[in-house]
Design a protein around this ligand. Structure first.
Ligand SMILES: NC(=O)c1ccc[n+]([C@@H]2O[C@H](COP(=O)([O-])OP(=O)(O)OC[C@H]3O[C@@H](n4cnc5c(N)ncnc54)[C@H](O)[C@@H]3O)[C@@H](O)[C@H]2O)c1
Length: 345
């Protein structure tokens, strides 16, 4: 049985990953979820696991050295999967400090504690792995053509991506300096169930079902590559178990879309499949985000060739599944928008 320390497991991707672990490995896995429950952490995301004796939730800060060390002393952690982060670009533009604290110093705290716990006189204990969930944003922006590969130089352009890139380089530095057993994934924009509604897709679904406008930055033509969250979870699982230590793996969905296309497809599905009275008139062009990167697109050829991974859900199917999930869980967005989810802790 493997013991996983998952950080940020009450957030969007982390909670989907923990569900993936229990669905895949069932009783053959033990998970410790270390999450501070910031505004983005939602205890509702994992309420089905509350009574599972293999699941342990610890509310705490990844920057808390004493707590993190205690976790490594108490549990024989095999894998660290590090999701915890301040993750919203707009917030990083108005207040960058917490991004450096959580994303950079928090990552260093985890690296130090794992190193202390796993290191022996002759190297590191066998089978230990630290996976850092990085982002394609560390590469900066692309023009009309080309793709990010693992060889693309790191060139972050906003405070969020700068903090993620700093942590990404610290993880790499631990591998190079200490031979620390680390791997890094850099993924594109995730979408799917349990996402916080400040992010584009759940925001549009909420607004679209509440007679509100769908805000589109600038001309709406910024391009992102969209990855269904469960495909991302299977990629992380694979990299953790089969990836080469010290390597970076890009994870992308091969689904490049403009913001405008996302707004249009959500309007289309809501009006046709759910009979909601919404048209393209609901699209509201708002002033562009400062320093808005024009295009991100990942070439996931390395993970396909080396680990035989490719996304299984295309965008048409994934967006329908996603809308269906939010429509069948109306309380999810309502309790977050009203702030009531914090009372459920
Ligand atoms: N969502 C995406 O599209 C995307 C894309 C690329 C990379 N990523 C990366 O994936 C990871 C997860 O993203 P997400 O969208 O699930 O984020 P999220 O904002 O939904 O969740 C982050 C979680 O981290 C927790 N957290 C924040 N600060 C903490 C601290 N100091 N100590 C412990 N827990 C803390 C929060 O409570 C929350 O549960 C992040 O590292 C993010 O940078 C996300």
């Amino acid at each position: 049985m493997k013991t996983y320390l998952v950080t940020g497991g009450a957030g969007f991707i982390g909670s989907n990953f923990i569900n993936h672990l229990f669905n895949t490995y069932q009783s053959n896995v033990q998970v410790i979820n270390l999450d501070l429950l910031t505004y983005a952490g939602n205890p509702m995301n994992l309420k089905d696991l509350q009574d599972n004796e293999k699941y342990h939730f610890i509310q705490g800060d990844i920057c808390d050295t004493k707590l993190v060390r205690e976790i490594f002393s108490k549990y024989s952690v095999d894998y660290v999967v590090h999701f915890a982060a301040e993750s919203h670009v707009d917030r990083s533009i108005s207040d960058s400090e917490i991004f450096v604290k959580t994303n950079v110093l928090g990552t260093l705290t985890l690296l130090n504690a794992a190193k202390k716990s796993w290191e022996t006189n002759t190297g590191f204990l066998d089978g230990k792995r630290f996976l850092y969930v990085s982002t394609d944003e560390v590469y900066g922006a692309l023009g009309k053509d080309g793709y990010f590969t693992e060889e693309t130089p790191i060139s972050p352009r906003n405070p969020y991506s700068a903090s993620k890139a700093s942590a990404d380089m610290m993880v790499k530095a631990f591998y190079e300096t200490h031979n620390f057993p680390a791997v890094i994934t850099r993924c594109s924009n995730n979408y799917g169930p349990h996402q916080f509604p400040e992010k584009l897709i759940p925001l549009y679904i909420y607004n679209g079902t509440h007679n509100k406008k769908l805000p589109v930055y600038g001309d709406g033509l910024a391009i992102r590559d969209w990855l269904y969250v469960m495909d991302h979870c299977s990629a992380i699982d694979l990299v953790l178990n089969k990836g080469k230590l010290g390597e970076v793996y890009n994870v992308g969905g091969h689904n490049e879309k403009t913001t405008l296309e996302i707004a249009e497809v959500i309007i289309d599905v809501l009006s046709k499949d759910y009979n909601i009275n919404i048209t393209k008139e609901y699209i509201d062009y708002v002033p562009d985000r400062k320093g808005h990167d024009r295009r991100y697109a990942i070439d996931p050829i390395k993970i396909k060739k080396e680990l035989n991974w490719s996304p299984s859900v295309n965008f048409t199917e994934g967006i329908k599944k996603t809308i269906e999930w939010y429509m069948s869980h109306p309380d999810y967005l309502e309790t977050i928008i009203s702030g009531d989810y914090k009372k459920l802790e």
